[in-house]
Design a protein. Structure first.
Lengths: 251, 304
């Protein structure tokens, strides 16, 4: 070995294939990865049940896809995927092997989020599409609307949960409380929360694509811009926090 | 040739001081960072590897700040103390990934070379989850060496290694130091540090207690007058007995009890004291060095 510094040219791709590959390994290499398969099966199972028992019913479909899908399934998939990508590595310190490398912290975050959003697509949006088509075979736009809404909302959730993961060791618990209390409970009770709710924003997208009216009085432009801004800011802040990551020993 | 400069660095966590106004320069060759557990070694290494900001002062590598500067990792390899790795990968997958993240032109070859250096080629295709502690330690080494860095930092690298692995790592560190690399490792065991490091930095309770090669640290203990307070079962008898010995320069009975004593030859004194006490049947209750800078080194070296 010679003691020279490697003189590789400075490359800073936005996405690192290596981090993406490690991320995929990380999600499916751990036990909680199984939940990613179980949750969508519940949704599709319920959809089949509804179709068999109620037939093609508007209210039942909306209740299932909105109440179970958008409000519960999509945030949970986003939470599972994102926290599985960052929180365990930060907890056990193995994230230092990613960080002790001359690559931009934003590249690391963006690459991890690619994996998380892919999970949302496969385990959130796609099952929503399937469930929608099962329940409303005659109106595919309903299914498509929910799938698009799930992807946009889920991606936004991923960015928010990524930021939570680098800010606190209790990201999963806080994320769950946020989803259940703010988005689920208060979102159902207080109408004003629609201005500050990722689920409501994504529902507004569903309304527009599928021509439904699940949330009232929320401009589509506001909903889309709000999701983009929240996702962008959260992603950027996550990278910024990761630049100042403290690795402290067991002392 | 690379140099890490720590300049008047302190680090505190809320109101607990972990590192207290430490200045040291780590140059080429092997340096041992010696100190008891909780002395601030890990905090220092975290700051030297860009994973912790100093509360005051600066830490630089060849003039570049380490904090919030991911470019320093081109020149720096870190072997953290914590054992967690990407358990779901094989050793080779992990080291190849590290090589890719460094942007090396041929990650596979770089990984093979690093795994060869630390003698892990046999187990490279097993999952890391199945590795022993020593094997994990070596894979961590490989990941830190894969980009052939001029600076290598290791936090307690000998922990969990069996004697054979220990000797192998010591040889490796020595040869890397001889190549002109800047190698720093921490340890709480004097014998380990003594065998590998040319330069020793002693850290006790967050302070930089001593610096130099092992000889210098030993001289610190022996060449200068050492002051002690002794509490014994019979102070007057013990004082007179000790004063008769050449290693003792002065002894004074303290009004509140105990003997204030100045030894000129620490090595001899530490040997003579228990012997004389035994010979005269005087029980020693307490032997406390009162020279502050020395006290820390002393109490540490004696306890280890």
């Amino acid at each position: 070995m010679t003691s020279t510094t490697p003189t590789t040219p400075t490359r800073s791709p936005v996405i690192s294939p290596t981090v993406v590959r490690l991320g995929v390994h990380g999600i499916f290499g751990r036990r909680r990865g199984i939940l990613l398969f179980v949750l969508p099966m519940l949704l599709i199972g319920l959809a089949v049940l509804v179709r068999a028992l109620v037939g093609q019913d508007n209210d039942a479909t909306e209740l299932t896809l909105y109440g179970l899908g958008l409000v519960v399934l999509v945030p949970l998939i986003a939470l599972l995927a994102t926290s599985g990508l960052l929180a365990p590595e930060i907890d056990d310190g193995s994230v230092s092997y990613l960080l002790a490398k001359p690559i931009s912290r934003h590249t690391i975050v963006a690459s991890k989020l690619v994996v998380a959003v892919a999970c949302v697509l496969v385990f959130g949006a796609f099952p929503m599409l399937v469930a929608g088509l099962v329940m409303r075979t005659g109106e595919p736009l309903v299914a498509v609307g929910f799938a698009i809404g799930s992807l946009l909302g889920g991606a936004t959730y991923c960015a928010v949960f990524a930021l939570l993961s680098v800010m606190t060791r209790h990201a999963v618990v806080i994320g769950l409380i946020y989803v259940l209390v703010w988005e689920g409970l208060l979102g159902g009770l207080l109408d004003g929360i629609r201005w500050l709710s990722v689920t409501r924003w994504s529902t507004e997208v569903v309304d527009n694509v599928a021509d439904l009216s699940l949330v009232d009085d929320l401009p589509l432009a506001y909903a889309v811009v709000a999701m983009l801004v929240v996702a962008g800011v959260a992603t950027w802040r996550t990278g910024w926090r990761l630049r100042a990551f403290n690795l402290t020993g067991d002392e | 040739m690379s140099t890490i400069v720590i300049d008047h660095v302190s680090r505190w966590y809320r109101n607990v001081v972990a590192v207290n106004d430490v200045s040291m320069t780590i140059g080429p060759g092997v340096t041992g960072l010696l100190g008891p557990n909780g002395a601030g070694k890990s905090t220092l290494i975290a700051m030297m590897s860009g994973f912790l900001a100093p509360s005051t002062g600066t830490v630089t590598l060849d003039g570049e700040p380490l904090w919030r500067n991911e470019h320093v990792y081109r020149k720096l390899g870190l072997v953290p103390e914590r054992e967690a790795l990407f358990d779901y990968l094989t050793g080779r997958q992990f080291v190849v990934a590290c090589a890719e993240l460094h942007g090396l032109p041929d990650p596979g070859a770089a990984a093979q070379r690093a795994l060869g250096v630390i003698e892990m080629t046999d187990a490279q295709d097993r999952e890391i989850a199945t590795y022993s502690k020593g094997m994990k330690q070596r894979v961590k080494m490989a990941s830190a060496l894969v980009h052939d860095p001029p600076v290598l930092l290791l936090d307690e690298p000998f922990n969990g290694m069996d004697p054979r692995q220990r000797i192998h790592l010591m040889e490796l560190l020595r040869s890397m130091g001889a190549e002109g690399r800047t190698v720093l490792f921490s340890s709480h065991i004097l014998e380990e540090v003594e065998q590998v490091a040319r330069q020793i930095e002693v850290v006790v309770a967050g302070r930089h207690a001593a610096s130099g090669d092992f000889g210098a640290i030993r001289r610190l203990m022996t060449d200068r007058p050492n002051r002690f307070v002794l509490r014994t079962a019979d102070d007057r008898l013990m004082a007179s007995v000790l004063l008769a010995d050449a290693s003792v320069r002065g002894a004074r009975l303290r009004p509140e009890g105990g003997i204030e004593l100045e030894a000129s030859d620490f090595g001899r004194f530490s040997e003579v004291l228990p012997r004389l006490a035994r010979e005269h049947g005087v029980r020693l209750h307490e032997v406390t060095p009162t020279d502050e800078s020395l006290e820390s080194v002393f109490s540490y070296l004696v306890s280890s």
